[in-house]
Design a protein around this ligand. Structure first.
Ligand code: G6P
Length: 472
């Protein structure tokens, strides 16, 4: 059985199974953020990745792709319904995003979550070298750290939580709240996006488990009376900023951005790029824009809104309802305010390649990130990274993790529609000198703290823990 020094465990593998030139199935690297985020770390160590192959009932043996061992975990349709759509995206996702949608607590979903988490943990335990690292990603796998520890006490375990960790009063609703905390505390390092998330986690530990916390550490009692210290702190994730900037300098991408501007035709272009998710505040954004048109403060010719809403979790009811609602709103606004020549909102329920996204970022005068709650939001960082001439305005929700670092954006409370309308007007009319001042500060942050640094800081904490353990 091939084994690796570093095993990443994530719900999805970093590849998609597509049809090859002769109709045979082949694996193609998927361009997701997490993949690039971990790429550097994977190359510095001999790495493996455990995850789901993206299709139900796919039984595939581990295989190598670009020097990484990929270990597919098979999920049946029932697993997908109860573990992925159910517990992960019908219970944890809404609960951890401040109950924007109502979480459902179903015992059969929890049972599936435990069962599937065990499958991931077993695959990781099987493929990690003696004394190696296992690095678990995100809310779908919160029980994996403890399960891996039980199977392989010799390895050092990290966990990174990509989404918010809620306040105690909300987390306390979860019927399996203690099991989830114990699951996470199986790790040596539990990483979060914001300081506030780490604070919420520690508070839940004090209240529910009564374990002492101090600064970045939680002390977990053990039966042999040799307490284990777990590090829990913020490691804000980022992007490969230079890669985005390089794309933005490519002549074909620049030409595409110009073409988009010309074809859209309006004086200003506002852009929203999100997964179609109720946490993203797309409805609030549309409402604010629609009211600006209704009030006559802008016309569709003066400022067009391009909204990319990439399809997401179509099997979950709340997402189906959201889609209907958004599409109805877009149609209403367009019906009322578009002209034969000009469409007020260009709504695209599609995903696009990275080059096209960068062209859109370059074409956009104003980027709207108005999430009601968001772990980080990498779109905000991508927009900033590509604006090499320091033009452009980022409107950023204070409820997105990125707001901690990008305080020079125009920060908004997306629930405050009047406030958001004023901020949109301010963004559309911001003088170039102010745009440049704000953009420069934000770009420095994004380039100084890129994803390579993120990976290194988590891994260096894991290495330190391993070294300390070896010397004991
Ligand atoms: C968020 C989560 C990721 C997840 C992604 C896409 O960014 O933090 O863990 O992979 O959304 O969602 P999906 O359900 O399609 O994997």
């Amino acid at each position: 059985m091939p084994r690796a020094d570093l095993v990443v465990v994530a719900n999805r593998l970093p590849v998609d199974r597509v049809e090859g030139p002769d109709g045979e199935p082949i694996w193609r690297r998927s361009p997701g953020g997490l993949v690039t985020a971990l790429e550097q770390a994977m190359h510095s160590l001999d790495g493996a990745w455990v995850g789901w192959g993206g299709k139900p009932d796919l039984e595939v043996e581990p295989f190598e792709l670009d020097d990484t061992l990929l270990v597919p975990v098979s999920l049946s349709r029932e697993d997908l319904r109860d573990y992925y759509e159910g517990f992960s995206n019908g219970t944890i996702w809404p609960l951890y995003h401040d109950v924007i949608a109502a979480p459902e607590f179903k015992r059969s979903w929890w049972d599936a979550y435990v069962r599937v988490n065990r499958r991931f943990a077993e695959a990781a335990a099987e493929h990690v070298e003696d004394g190696g690292f296992v690095w678990v990603q995100d809310y779908q796998l919160q029980l994996v750290p403890q399960m891996v520890r039980e199977l392989r006490p010799d390895v050092t375990i990290g966990y990174f939580h990509h989404i918010p960790f809620p306040a105690y009063a909300l987390f306390a609703q979860l019927p399996w709240r203690r099991q989830v905390l114990e699951g996470l505390l199986g790790a040596d390092v539990v990483g979060f996006q914001r300081l506030a998330d780490a604070g919420n986690f520690q508070r839940s530990i004090r209240r529910l488990l009564n374990y002492p916390t101090k600064g970045d550490t939680v002390t977990v009692p053990t039966i042999d009376d040799d307490p284990r210290v777990v590090i829990s702190k913020a490691y804000p994730i980022s992007i490969d900023a230079n890669h985005f900037l390089e794309l933005a300098k490519r002549p074909d991408v620049i030409a595409r951005a110009q073409q988009l501007r010309e074809e859209i035709g309006s004086e200003k272009l506002m852009l929203g790029v999100d997964r179609l998710d109720y946490t993203k505040g797309i409805r609030h954004r549309l409402k604010a824009y629609g009211e600006l048109l209704a009030d006559g403060r802008i016309s569709g010719h003066e400022a067009t809104l391009v909204q990319i809403a990439s399809p997401s979790r179509p099997g979950v009811e709340a997402y189906q309802e959201l889609r209907d609602e958004i599409e109805m709103t877009v149609a209403r606004i367009n019906g009322d305010y578009s002209t034969v020549e000009n469409t007020a909102i260009r709504y695209l329920h599609q995903g696009y390649p990275r080059e096209e996204m960068v062209a859109l970022y370059l074409a956009a005068d104003v980027m709207l990130v108005t999430a009601l709650r968001d772990g980080m939001n990498l779109v905000a960082k991508e927009y900033v990274a590509v604006r090499g001439d320091n033009t452009g305005v980022l409107v950023l929700s204070e409820f997105a993790g990125a707001a901690d670092e990008l305080g020079s954006a125009l920060l908004v409370n997306p629930h405050d529609i009047e406030g958001m309308k004023d901020i949109m007007m301010r963004a559309l009319t911001m003088p170039p000198a102010e745009q440049a001042r704000r953009m420069k500060t934000m770009r420095r942050k994004v380039f100084d703290n890129d994803v390579e640094k993120w990976g290194q800081s988590v891994l260096s904490d894991l290495r330190e823990i391993r070294a300390r353990r070896r010397s004991q």
